[in-house]
Ligand binder design. Structure first.
Ligand SMILES: [Zn+2]
Length: 93
């Protein structure tokens, strides 16, 4: 025991600022996401969710009275909140 303060230099500043956030992993998962999105978008019966802007088959989307399509995961996040959209999405027949 020297009575000295703990050695500060072992302290990893980058880690502290970023927490456990793994940037490379985030980029990787975004790539996957966009790849899937493009794939769904290339299908005729698909359109964007009005909130997250990802593509979904029409059958998975719900057209809200507010005037936009919403995907299942946004439905969960939004709950019963009403949104007023500046631009209404075209509703497919
Ligand atoms: Zn969505």
């Amino acid at each position: 025991m020297t009575g000295a303060f703990p050695v500060i230099s072992t302290f990893n500043v980058d880690k502290v600022q970023l927490g456990n956030f793994d940037f490379d992993q985030m980029i990787e998962s975004l790539r996957d996401l966009f790849a899937r999105d493009r794939q769904v978008a290339s299908q005729p019966e698909s359109t964007r969710c009005g909130l997250c802007y990802l593509h979904f088959p029409i059958t998975e989307l719900h057209y809200r009275d507010d005037g936009f399509y919403i995907c299942p995961s946004c439905t969960r996040s939004l709950g019963d909140h009403r949104l007023s959209m500046l631009r209404k999405q075209q509703r497919f027949p």
